[in-house]
Design a protein around this ligand. Structure first.
Ligand SMILES: Cc1cc2nc3c(=O)[nH]c(=O)nc-3n(C[C@H](O)[C@H](O)[C@H](O)COP(=O)(O)OP(=O)(O)OC[C@H]3O[C@@H](n4cnc5c(N)ncnc54)[C@H](O)[C@@H]3O)c2cc1C
Length: 261
């Protein structure tokens, strides 16, 4: 096992490109360790690329139109940050349901999104987040998550929202039981306005084994004029992106939140 700390994000991406399947970006390591047979014994042959050495990937700052959250920011820092509470309260709320304090203090937002199945990914998709990559370019996070090989993400950019431009959204995390248990489904919905109802503009979901995705068919169904769709139609739309058991859970949540039941 090898651990390297490149001087810049660009160097880190170049190294990962060169090493291919041998490379692993590592931030807090809280998720990666779970893949190892022995928690303190990383598998041989891998090269871990430390992505926590650059100050610009740790900062949270407000731009003219966007809130920029460094991918290396720790989850608990993101959850409690005043700018996040003001401009992306849904993200703060979702992180409040993630793991225990120890995991949130070590784990990072970049690691949670990099996993693809973490709690924050559907929220960021519902909020139209963009990913900033190592070369400084920005692209919709949806596109980044669909890439066959996930690139290094340096930061996330979320449209600003505050009292003048409120966001009407909800995050649902479904588990097997009320006590701490692995999440079964994460779902985020965003509405056009405070009236909510079926005026959903974004729907996104993720789950263990299912990388976070936008539910485009659900968005299209709810945008159709005419009689309100029933639960079966919502389930059919969920099935376009989710396997049947998850589509069943998601459709019930969506129908409930949109007043379709
Ligand atoms: C007890 C326990 C409970 C947990 N509970 C939850 C929970 O409730 N919800 C949840 O979502 N997760 C949970 N997790 C999983 C994990 O801790 C979190 O997802 C955490 O955010 C991972 O962040 P990290 O920095 O530790 O990632 P790492 O383990 O360092 O990396 C995770 C993945 O992301 C990649 N990665 C890291 N940084 C980047 C980057 N900047 N760009 C691109 N890829 C990157 C890595 O290569 C790896 O594939 C839990 C873990 C534990 C141990």
């Amino acid at each position: 096992m090898e651990l390297v700390t490149p001087a810049t994000p660009q160097d880190a991406q170049a190294l990962a490109d060169r090493l291919g399947a041998r490379a692993r970006f590592i931030a807090g390591g809280t998720l990666l360790q779970q893949e190892w047979d022995e928690p303190r014994l990383a598998p041989p042959g891998l090269c871990f690329i430390n992505v926590q050495a650059w100050p610009e990937t740790q900062r949270i700052a407000l731009g003219e139109a966007h809130l920029r959250i460094g991918a290396g920011a720790r989850l608990e820092t993101v959850r409690t940050h005043a700018l996040v509470l003001a401009h992306a309260p849904l993200l703060s709320e979702a992180l409040g349901q993630l793991g225990a304090l120890g995991v949130r203090r070590l784990g990072t937002l970049g690691g949670n999104v990099g996993w693809g199945m973490g709690d924050s990914a559907p929220v960021l998709l519902a909020l139209d987040a963009e990913a900033e990559l190592a070369d400084g370019t920005r692209e919709p996070l949806e596109r980044t998550l669909l890439r066959p090989v996930r690139p290094l993400m340096v930061a996330f950019h979320l449209p600003r929202a505050d009292a003048r431009r409120p966001v009407h959204a909800v995050f649902e995390k479904v588990g097997y039981r009320a006590a701490f248990s692995p999440g079964r489904l994460r779902l985020a919905l965003r509405w056009r306005d405070a009236a909510r109802g079926r005026a959903v503009v974004r729907a996104a979901a993720g789950a263990p084994g299912v990388s976070a995705v936008r539910l485009h068919a659900v968005e299209a169904l709810l945008a159709e004029p005419g009689p309100r769709p029933g639960l079966a139609a919502v389930r059919g739309a969920c099935l376009r992106a989710l396997p049947p058991p998850l589509a069943l859970i998601a459709s019930r949540l969506i129908a409930g939140h949109c007043g379709l039941l």
